[in-house]
Each structure stands twice: as C-alpha cells, then as structure tokens.
Design a protein around this ligand. Structure first.
Ligand SMILES: [Zn+2]
Length: 384
C-alpha cells in the first residue's frame, strides 16, 4: 500500500500500527507528518522458509510455479516436467536461498514498510509446513518448527522495527480454536506482532465457521488488530478452492462489525465478489498481490478505473507483492502501479474520476491509496 498524507481523506485516518504500538508507530507517524511525502508499504510479503524439510519447500515452490512457467513456455504443458527440465527452467533443487531480513530489505529498495506474514502450522499433503527459520539466523531457540512461526516473525521485526511490520498467524484446525486464540493473544500481547494472517483454504476450514473461526475474530476484535485472510484461489493442489470464496467473509462482516478485514489478493479469481464486500462492509479492505502480477499495466489501469464507479473507494485497496514468490519483484510491481496512469491516453480515459485518485494515479504524484487499516482503539492489554 502507498500512503500519501497530502490526501485529506487519508490524513491521520489510517495507520498500520495500532495506536498503542511500539517504535513502528513512531516511524509511520513521523513519515506521515512529512507533508507530501509518501510512505510506500508492501502489505503482503513472506520471509524465511515454509518447511523445515528443504526438499518439500522446493516441491511446494514447484507446484505453485508450474502453471506460471508453463504459461511462459518454460516448461512442457502436456506432461509433468523432468528433473532436467525443472533445472533448466531455473527452478533447480539448489538455489533456494533462505529469505532473511537482509534479503527482504535488499529486494525492497525505496519501501518504507514491509508487512511480513507468518504462515501458521498446517498439514499439506501430509507434511507439516509453516514459517520456519531453517538456518537459525534469527536466534530463536530449538530446531526449526512451524509451531514457532510467530516467534520467527517477531524476531524478524526485532532486526529492523523501523521497516518490518509483523503479522501473526494461527490455525484453528491444528490444535483447536482455544489453542489458536491463546497463541494469537501470546503473539500480539507477548511478542508484539500487530496483525493476523489466516489461511482457511489451505488448512481446510471455512472462514465463516462459527466454532473454529469466530473465536479468533472475537479475540482479534478485542485486541484491536487487522485480520488479513487468504480468501482467494491457490495453485496448491491440496488447497480447497471452494473454501477460498470471498463471499464466506460476509458472515464475519455481519457479526464483527468493528473488525478490520483485509482480503488477500483481491479475492482472485473472485475479484468482483471481493470488491462488493468492500462496498458492503465499512471495515473491509483488499490488497493487490498476485492479482497485480497477472495484469498488464493497461489492465491494471482499467481495473482501477472501474473500482470507484463500482462504489469501491481506492483507499480500500492496498499495494502488496506476495514477495518472494516468483514474478513478485517488489520494485517491478510498485513501478507498474505508480506509472499506471501512463496508460490513460492510450485508452482515451481520464487518469481518474475523483480528485483523490487523479492525485493518486498521476505519474508525477504518487498514489494516495490508504495505508493498511484504520487505527484500532487503544488497547491497554498491549502494554502488558
Ligand atoms: Zn502470500
């Protein structure tokens, strides 16, 4: 997401960091106080490794990238690639470096903030996966273990709290909703993380499950944190597509009216469904990662151009990359967005309908899309 505090609509009204947050809040506020300056935030990124088993991490990456490589003509489409073809495509078994804080910062030049999202422990194809520090670079004690995903993310934030914003993750289907709620409270109040990421379709539970999921939303509301939900498609074969429908989030908006919900990937492939939820629910937002990688710059322009006529304020849509995934180069994606108005003349459309968005999209003036979330009310428990 990109925050331009020259916009009256955004000024002071949005903050990634809860009011009672730590050093990050100070930084963001200071940045926003520089009138006319822009805070550029990647609202969706990952870090470290996804499995303690490096071999499975490679297989996971290959499964998710297969369709992309095939569509680029780098892998055969009519059969599964041989090991030699995988190697030739660039998806070798070697060369999957651990993405640590230094690598993330290095690949985000010019970004002010990077949201790093934990992946909670879950079984995929019988393997236990989740965010792990396989190389022990962060000093979290013990062997690599996805059950420490939130400890790893907190350790990442500690390396550079000026830049990293850490979102916890919990899986209510792993050890039950009570354990998930307890872990969420520990991650926010104990570890200092400032948001929550959920992965229902990967973990085979429904986002609107009253028994499994609602206790988590209740706790998140109490903690005053935003909840980002992967409510979109996935190329992971084991992910359950029907559980990715954005419409499942409607029950959350109806029940938890003060909870900030961020729909990951703009709900792709159900983008219109996700956009309508943004129209319906005052505290629903979406972020562009994955979707933005699939769109040409012109299609991105046309997509953005239809949001406001469809009653979706652009302040509700954040910039995100899904780094370090393939095709998710933060600089390229950011530039695609910040230069999007260069497409206006070619399609005989004005840069934007509204004054706000005209400012946002003009090549000479960076986007004024809002930052992540409305500031939650002060949370005294955070200081404990
Ligand atoms: Zn992601």
């Amino acid at each position: 997401m990109i925050y331009d505090d020259s916009s009256e609509r955004a000024s002071g009204a949005f903050s990634l960091i809860p009011k009672s947050g730590g050093r990050g809040e100070t930084t963001l506020q200071r940045l926003c106080e520089r009138r006319g300056q822009v805070v550029i935030i990647d609202a969706h990124s990952h870090i470290l490794s996804l499995a303690a088993d490096p071999g499975f991490t490679v297989d996971y990456g290959r499964e998710g990238s297969l369709c992309i490589y095939r569509s680029m003509g780098k892998l055969p489409s009519h059969r599964m690639p041989t090991e030699a073809e995988w190697e030739a495509s660039g998806l070798a078994r070697r060369g999957w470096p651990l993405i640590g804080p230094a690598e993330s910062l290095n690949d985000h030049p010019g970004f002010d903030k990077i949201v790093v999202l934990a992946v909670s422990p879950q079984h995929l194809d019988g393997h236990l996966i989740g965010t792990v520090d396989t190389d022990g670079i962060l000093g979290v004690e013990g062997p690599p273990d996805p059950e420490k995903c939130n400890d790893y993310i907190a350790a990442v934030v500690r390396t550079d709290p000026e830049h990293f914003i850490g979102f916890a993750s919990v899986n209510p289907a792993f050890k039950g909703p009570a354990a998930a709620v307890a872990e969420l409270e520990r991650a926010i109040c104990g570890l200092g993380l400032t948001g929550l990421k959920l992965y229902p379709m990967y973990q085979h539970w429904a986002a609107n499950d009253r028994d499994l999921a609602f206790p988590i939303y209740r706790k998140a509301t109490e903690l005053g944190i935003p909840v980002m939900i992967h409510q979109a498609g996935s190329t992971r074969i084991d992910a359950q597509l029907e559980l990715g429908r954005p419409a499942l989030l409607d029950d959350i908006g109806r029940e938890f009216r003060d909870l900030t919900v961020i729909i990951a990937h703009c709900g792709l492939p159900w983008v219109d469904e996700a956009l309508f939820l943004l129209t319906k629910h005052p505290h629903f937002y979406a972020e562009l990662s994955y979707l933005i990688a699939t769109l040409t710059r012109r299609d991105l322009f046309l997509f953005l151009h239809r949001c406001e006529p469809a009653f979706v304020p652009l302040e509700k849509i954040f910039f995100g990359t899904d780094y370090p995934g393939f095709l998710y180069d933060p600089v390229k994606l950011r530039d695609k967005l910040t230069t999007v108005n260069e497409e206006a003349a070619a399609v005989s459309l004005p840069p934007s309908r509204s004054t706000n968005c005209r400012t946002s999209w003009a090549a000479t003036s960076p986007p004024s899309w809002a930052s992540l979330t409305p500031s939650p009310p002060p949370n005294p428990r955070r200081t404990h």
